[in-house]
Design a protein around this ligand. Structure first.
Ligand code: GLY
Length: 367
């Protein structure tokens, strides 16, 4: 299998995304050619480092680059300011300075933490993303959002800080737990549902091959997501407008994720959130019911949840919605579908409609 490179065009902060099989083995040579840093701290979690840490370190070594592996505990609980402090101390102890760089080896948590650390350590050092989960490969590793969670909500502290390069090896998906693959598929479906109707239909037509991880479909799928993400980020890097469409399903999704105590992982919460806003769009008269029907059908084809869990504390959900960082002046902004592949961003939603959706009152034909 070959490799392909696409470019995120952001002027002097532009960077390449390399996608394909065998990418991990070539990272060292690529970093050497790009002259990003003289030494790298490979930041990873315990699970991913056990699988791929040695391979990446060897690739750097073969290219004549020094590296050190620094590992923290896997899971969303690590996405905390304390982890940033611990890692920064570790870098300082090992003598990392502004001529050095970071390499994020892992899923979304590793990428968000490493990017945030890179953006503030010594007022900013270069970093590269090596995403190993589907979610990170199609979304979080591209576009420069970094951050950590606080008890009031996810990603409430963070920066916009672009990586110098992204390396996506599709073969690592074979070791990804099934639930995490599906979590990534929710973000993949997000692109189709909010921006690209043809891609949405393609996902429906290629479901079996995608779930079987056939490289001939998985690589183009990831590539399409990265192209769409690059297209959005190039026009609105700091989320002043267009980039908010990438939050389709995330406003309610983040609230569901937080209200579950982070037991429901990100993509599964986003799947529930996408269905909820589709229902909201139908209730508000912005979308025809078929939009919600088609979205629910595709989510279910990918075995994704589409209901807010029955026992979930609705008051907690409302509180988390209000704390969402896209809230402006106390109004919650929603990204609502008008059609498959087309959304509108609005705060013109009645509280009664939001309450009905949070209570799980959906249109009849979809229950
Ligand atoms: N994941 C949404 C964004 O990067 O803007």
């Amino acid at each position: 299998m070959g490799q392909e490179t696409i470019q995120v065009g952001l002027g002097d902060r532009s960077y390449p995304i390399t996608i394909g099989t065998g990418v991990l083995a070539q990272i060292g040579a690529s970093l050497q050619t790009a002259k990003i840093a003289k030494r790298f701290a490979i930041i990873s979690d315990d699970r991913v480092s056990a699988l791929y840490g040695e391979q990446v370190q060897r690739s750097l070594q073969q290219a004549g680059l020094n590296s050190e592996l620094i590992v923290f505990a896997h899971g969303e609980a690590s996405k905390h300011l304390l982890t940033i402090g611990t890692l920064a101390s570790e870098l300082a102890e090992r003598g990392f300075d502004r001529g050095d760089g970071l390499l994020a080896l892992g899923g979304g948590v590793v990428g968000d933490i490493t990017g945030f650390l890179a953006s503030i350590y010594m007022r900013g050092i270069p970093f590269v993303q090596v995403p190993t989960s589907l979610l990170a490969q199609v979304d979080s590793s591209v576009g420069g959002k970094t951050g950590v969670d606080i008890p009031q909500g996810k990603n409430l502290i963070g920066t916009f800080y672009q990586p110098k390069a992204v390396f996506i090896d599709t073969s690592v998906l074979t070791t990804l737990p099934a639930e995490e693959f599906l979590s990534g598929m929710a973000e993949v479906i997000k692109y189709g549902a909010s921006i690209d109707a043809d891609f949405f239909n393609w996902l429906g037509a290629n479901r079996e091959a995608i779930l079987a991880l056939e490289p001939a479909v998985v690589a183009p799928m990831i590539r399409r997501c990265c192209e769409l993400k690059a297209w959005v980020v190039e026009q609105d890097e700091r989320e002043g407008g267009l980039r908010r469409i990438l939050n389709f399903g995330h406003t309610i999704g983040h609230a569901v994720e937080a209200a579950s105590g982070y037991q429901l992982i990100h993509g599964l919460s986003v799947a529930i959130g996408m269905r909820a806003v589709a229902e909201l769009a139908v209730r508000c008269g912005y979308a025809d019911q078929q939009v919600a029907v088609r979205l629910v059908e595709l989510l279910r084809q990918y075995r994704l949840p589409t209901e807010i869990p029955a026992g979930m504390d609705r008051d907690a959900l409302r509180r988390y919605l209000q704390a969402d960082k896209k809230t402006i002046g106390g109004r919650v902004f929603f990204v609502l579908p008008e059609a498959i592949g087309k959304v509108r961003i609005t705060d013109q939603v009645d509280d009664a409609d939001i309450d009905a959706i949070l209570a799980g009152t959906y249109s009849d034909s979809l229950s």
